[in-house]
Design a protein around this ligand. Sequence first.
Ligand code: ADP
Ligand code: MG
Length: 208
Amino acid sequence: MSSELIPGVLEVITGPMFSGKSEELIRRLKRARIARQRVVCFKPDIDLRYHRTSIASHSDQTHAATTVANVERLREALYPQLDDVEVIGVDEVQFFDAAIVPLAVELIALGKRVIMAGLDTTFAAEPFGAVPNLMAIADTVSKLSAVCMVCGAAAIHTQRLGQSQELVVVGAAGLYEARCRAHFHPFTDEHGSEQLELTPALDTPGES
Ligand code: ADP
Ligand code: MG
């Protein structure tokens, strides 16, 4: 009889800020633990909003997690304990570099259940980091919506409030809002003014 490993799975949980990605990740990890599976969770150290040793949702659900600087560090922290681990969670996966994709492929091949949660788009509504690639290779993709803070409709966008055009400004309430398509403005004034026209993509330096 074959002694081949049963292939693992990749589950991606995605959507805008406040859509419940972390809540859903935490829910799945807790259920796995109830089923007596051994669970580990990681997050990038860019997200220090709450705690270095846990992930947290905006609704104050938490789960133990190890904070790592990059994919290489994640690998170093994970591999020594890999034989004892069945389920691997990663939150804020959009902040990891492209090496997260081959790592996911490897873990799937080793029979692990890998659950990755992260933003699908940036505040400019562009694909965020490796998340689209992870979605492409996933067994399941749960695309969650938040509630639009202007009208209450389903929100697929993350609206940045304020002027900064840097890709990464970590924070939550007050800096970002969930918005539906109608109320999302890629570039906006300090208060997310609804007066602005939807601006077509601005010229990006270095591109023609
Ligand atoms: P994510 O990880 O996707 O940013 P979280 O799991 O941290 O989301 O938070 C989801 C929770 O945030 C919801 O259950 C709700 O309590 C709260 N919340 C705050 N603002 C919103 C919003 N605009 N839409 C939906 N949930 C919101
Ligand atoms: Mg989250």
